[in-house]
Design a protein around this ligand. Sequence first.
Ligand SMILES: N[C@@H](CCC(=O)N[C@@H](CS)C(=O)NCC(=O)O)C(=O)O
Length: 205
Amino acid sequence: MTMKLLASLTSPYARKIRVILHEKKLPFELVVDSPWEALTRVPDVNPLGKVPVLIADDGEAIFDSPVIAEYLETLHAAPNLLPLDPLARVRVRRTEALADGINDAAVVALLESRRPDGERSDAVIARQMEKIARSLDWLERACQGCNWLNGDEMSLGDIAVGIALGYLDLRFPTLEWRASRPSLTAFAERLFQRESFIDTVPPAG
Ligand SMILES: N[C@@H](CCC(=O)N[C@@H](CS)C(=O)NCC(=O)O)C(=O)O
């Protein structure tokens, strides 16, 4: 049985996994399923009702995206995206956590901004946008003079950051995160040119 990936096309966490599968040239079936739709099957395989969920060859359901990324490394398909050295691995994982945290903050801010007038809290949105701005500044410093954020090769952290930046472009097109962040901008443009990123560009909406 081929692996299946349950994903919505706009989920940045699912896109991270789709990019990894593409980079590793691992065959899989994409099952588009949005957990927000009434007929979703996602809660049948992930009690949290969130995508992505990977259904492995033997039918085992694996979630969430950092765990799926770890699982895909066990298939030993090049390129290796997690270093074997424990401390180097922690640093890559920290970069991934920061990128996923940017997505988390962006999702909270987006959902809050879509609440009706009178129920919306500008303070909640502002707090999330501060988290995003601080994280982007952290990444700008980490990016200076480097090809990749952790070490000499592209890693899971780089992919996760590229995805988070793409998600900001999708959801907050007026944010202008590139202004005053030239290193991060150049880093993103390099990633956005990869086939794995081009192939997984989210639809608008
Ligand atoms: N930490 C999870 C986050 C997954 C997540 O929040 N996915 C969103 C889509 S972007 C979702 O399925 N939301 C549905 C819900 O919260 O009910 C991961 O990395 O996989």
